[in-house]
Design a protein around this ligand. Sequence first.
Ligand SMILES: [Zn+2]
Ligand SMILES: [Zn+2]
Length: 144
Amino acid sequence: MDNRIEGKGRCLCGAVEIAATTMNTQVGTCHCRMCRRWGGGPLMTVDCGTEVVFSGPQHIVRYDSSDWAQRGFCSRCGSHLFYLLKDGGRYFVPVGLFDEEDRFQFTHQIFIDRKPAFYSFANVTDNMTEEEVFSHFAQKEGGS
Ligand SMILES: [Zn+2]
Ligand SMILES: [Zn+2]
């Protein structure tokens, strides 16, 4: 993919550093209820694939938020570090942890039908509803 670059990021206190070798610079936002409860608002992440190395692993707390996903945060400062798809080990990392800000493009939003009415992004993006997200992944799993 053309949009993949190396990304280096860190949590607020610096106890955990992240090195991603194939970070997609397209930013996705999730409006689902779990993401909004986790972070207090929509979750903006970049797909870092499977090649992600964390320094300071002793500071990472992992929470199994569903059968298929795990969420990680720093035990010292509470910064959210990743949303991990357990099957396949694909990391989605909050975009705010990285410094390459001018290289990111906000391109897609998921669970758009779960977004509460009190906010909306002005960016023009590709959007998927909950049903579209689940059927998209079901198709991939069943993939011929
Ligand atoms: Zn920290
Ligand atoms: Zn979500």
